[in-house]
Ligand binder design. Structure first.
Ligand code: GDP
Ligand code: MG
Length: 328
């Protein structure tokens, strides 16, 4: 979609041929044969769901990490092609919940299954199918929604016909699912995956403007990019007990100023985040700023605060105050 300078297009003497664009016309009418639909990306934690979604929409909107359970809210990634629009719903990994946040995450994933046109069940092709995969397979079986089994991480599979691969092929055969194999990291097999998914969608409209890649506000993604650095740079006890709230975003032509607060549960975690003479906070800030600059395509000034808010994970009220959608 073309962008335009509002001043120019309103000035008849400019001779601009760009038509005046109203909000309503941002979503064009779909051409004949156009397909569209919502596809939930479901799977155990760490199988590569977020990496896959970023790769498919062509920009980093979901954070990824070697640490399990990084994705919290449902996040939609939108892929628009000349012939189709796919809205991918990235979900937190499904696993046994251990605290209130876990319960919310799993319930949100289950809700996602019930409200989409197709499920892309992603598994880690570098390890054999396990109990966690079968648990999800059963959930999907109860939901009567079409499923494509996506075997990811084939860059780490020893051979195409290994026993390991067979364990997934069997799982798919039992349920009558189509299989797609790919690597979200290298991009191998992703075009075939796209074709396979579009084949299974029905004719439909544009749900979003063609140039939109996510339904989440920029603020949310900025918070996630900060959280991603915390996950990457600190270990064990900090990552899961951190929430990031963007307090303020001020946009100047030269620079965007962002103030954000990082909430942790204990003083000890605050200490780790701040680090020796603030060194950890500086590294988190610098790295996050670089990522945010890529997202906003401009200069960013980022100021981070750390606050202790005990037991925020246990409280549903606080969860929603901190911006985690609690879906009923
Ligand atoms: P999620 O929890 O399912 O969303 O998983 P992430 O997308 O956060 O990925 C978990 C880890 O797996 C990260 O370290 C990714 O870099 C890695 N990963 C994802 N896809 C691939 C892949 O195709 N090949 C390999 N080797 N690693 C991958
Ligand atoms: Mg994820």
């Amino acid at each position: 979609m073309s962008t335009f300078d509002a001043n120019d297009s309103n000035d008849p003497s400019s001779g601009s041929s760009i038509p005046f664009v109203t909000l309503g016309s941002l979503i064009p009418a779909a051409p004949a044969g156009f397909k569209s639909g919502f596809i939930a990306i479901i799977g155990r934690p760490n199988v590569g769901k977020s990496t896959l979604m970023n790769r498919l929409v062509g920009q980093k909107i979901a954070i990824t990490s070697p640490v399990a359970q990084t994705t919290r809210n449902r996040l939609q990634g939108i892929l628009t092609l000349p012939t189709a629009q796919i809205i991918f719903v990235d979900t937190p990994g499904i696993h046994k919940p251990q605290h209130e946040l876990g319960v919310v995450l799993v319930r949100n994933a289950q809700n996602a299954i019930g409200s989409v046109d197709l499920v892309l069940f992603v598994v880690d092709g570098s390890v054999p199918a396990g109990g966690g995969d079968r648990y999800i397979a059963n959930l999907l079986n109860q939901a009567s929604v079409p499923v494509v089994l996506g075997i990811n991480k084939i860059d780490q599979q020893p051979t195409e016909t290994s026993e390991l691969d067979q364990s997934y092929q069997q799982l798919a055969a039992v349920h009558g699912w189509t299989v797609a194999k790919f690597s979200a990291l290298t991009g191998d097999g992703l075009e075939e995956l796209q074709t396979c998914l579009i084949d299974r969608l029905e004719a439909g409209p544009y749900y979003y403007p063609p140039d939109l890649i996510t339904d989440q506000p920029e603020r949310f993604i900025i918070g996630e990019l900060i959280r991603e650095q915390i996950l990457a740079l600190t270990r064990e006890e900090v990552p899961h007990s951190v929430a990031v709230i963007i307090d303020r975003v001020e946009e100047d032509p030269e620079i965007t100023r962002i103030l954000a607060t990082i909430y942790v549960e204990r003083d000890s975690q605050k200490g780790i985040l701040i680090g020796k003479q603030g060194s950890m906070m500086r590294t988190i800030g610098t790295n996050a700023r670089q990522q945010i600059q890529k997202l906003l395509m401009g200069k960013v000034y980022l100021e981070l605060f750390v606050k202790v808010q005990p037991k925020w994970r246990q409280s549903r009220l606080q969860l929603s105050e901190l911006g985690y959608r609690v879906e009923e």
